[in-house]
Design a protein around this ligand. Structure first.
Ligand SMILES: O=C(O)CCC(=O)C(=O)O
Length: 331
């Protein structure tokens, strides 16, 4: 009902005016946002997914220890990230730890939406946030010292905080994620922001893995394209400029345990999920300690106050829901 109301308001208002805060929840935000994708050329047959690999699922304690271990980055990986604004790292998690995450996320999605995200072609983009508050195991995936340390090392900062976690379930048949960069979304006054995108199953090309334009500064090519709050002109405009300028795009499958990290100025997208299984990912966003909320968050920032209760525009972004994730024991 709320979504219908938002659509009606859009009809009457200036399509370029995004200055008003988002006044609904995050699921309504995603329903609106994926509706801005240009899906004209993205229809295809749904292919049946292979069964998930049969691997040993570790105990909860084993998972918590695994997620607390550090991960050594090579210097050339850090240089790659800073130049290109993204990196994909293999074996960040063991296969069993990822499949346990998938089972936990499916339980949460079933509880929230009353549907099995893997049953039928419902072609919706389901989202959940703040799952780290649910229980100790999920907390270990979101506040993971391993992810925190990788994020801090990639950004080159000493301390990082959690902005939010985000479960992103692109159901079978759901269309593209529009081209965007996260600086447009996160109301933070810093570019020291990184998102760890953790696919919760092997993610072949047909499933719509997250894809990255590079190098980092290609965002300058599309600065002048006006974001419109309805229609697909922004998504189409970015795709056209990238194609005209032969911008490189990394669109490659993710193996089980592989995690990507993208900077808030990196332009990214994801194709339609053309498989019979939901493409589930956990996306955790971290930022430099000391950053402030910008003075004027917009509707594109979504329900940001849920992630930072009682923090006002202009304040230091450090509510109790934004714990320090690296270094450990620094809260
Ligand atoms: O999962 C997707 O399709 C989009 C995710 C995304 O844009 C992000 O995590 O920044």
């Amino acid at each position: 009902m709320k979504i219908v109301q938002d659509k009606i308001n859009f009809e009457k208002s200036d399509p370029n005016d995004i200055s008003k805060p988002w006044d609904s929840n995050n699921q309504a935000w995603w329903d609106w946002y994926v509706g801005l994708a240009d899906n004209k050329n993205s229809k295809c047959k749904i292919i049946k997914s292979k069964p998930l690999p049969n691997v040993k699922i570790p105990s909860d304690d084993e998972i918590v220890s695994e997620l607390a271990e550090t991960y050594t980055l090579k210097n050339d990986q850090i240089i790659f990230f800073r130049k290109n604004g993204f990196i994909k790292l293999k074996k960040v998690f063991t296969p069993g730890t990822v499949l346990k995450l998938r089972a936990e996320l499916i339980n949460l999605l079933k509880k929230e939406f009353n549907v099995d995200p893997d049953k039928g072609a419902n072609d919706r983009f389901l989202s959940l946030e703040m799952i780290w508050l649910e229980n100790k195991l999920l907390r270990s995936y979101v506040l993971s010292p391993r992810l925190g340390q990788i994020s801090a090392d990639l950004l080159g900062v000493s301390k990082i905080r959690l902005y939010h976690d985000n479960v992103l379930a692109k159901q079978s048949g759901c269309g593209r994620t529009p081209w965007h960069y996260d600086d447009h979304h996160f109301p933070l006054d810093t570019n020291d922001v990184v998102t760890a995108w953790i696919p919760a199953q092997p993610t072949p090309l047909e499933m719509g893995p997250l894809s990255f334009a590079y190098p980092l500064d290609v965002h300058k090519l599309v600065n002048a394209i006006k974001f419109e709050k309805k229609g697909s002109s922004y998504d189409r405009g970015v795709a056209e400029v990238f194609s005209k300028n032969r911008v490189s795009v990394n669109e490659t499958p993710f193996e089980l345990g592989e995690v990507s990290f993208h900077h808030n100025l990196n332009f990214h997208t994801a194709s339609r999920n053309g498989t019979s299984r939901s493409r589930i990912a956990l996306a955790n966003t971290y930022y430099r300690d000391g950053a402030r909320v910008i003075n004027s968050p917009t509707m594109v920032s979504g329900d940001w106050q849920k992630f930072m209760p009682n923090v006002k525009p202009g304040d230091i972004a450090a509510s109790p829901l934004n714990p320090i994730c690296w270094p450990v024991d620094d809260n």
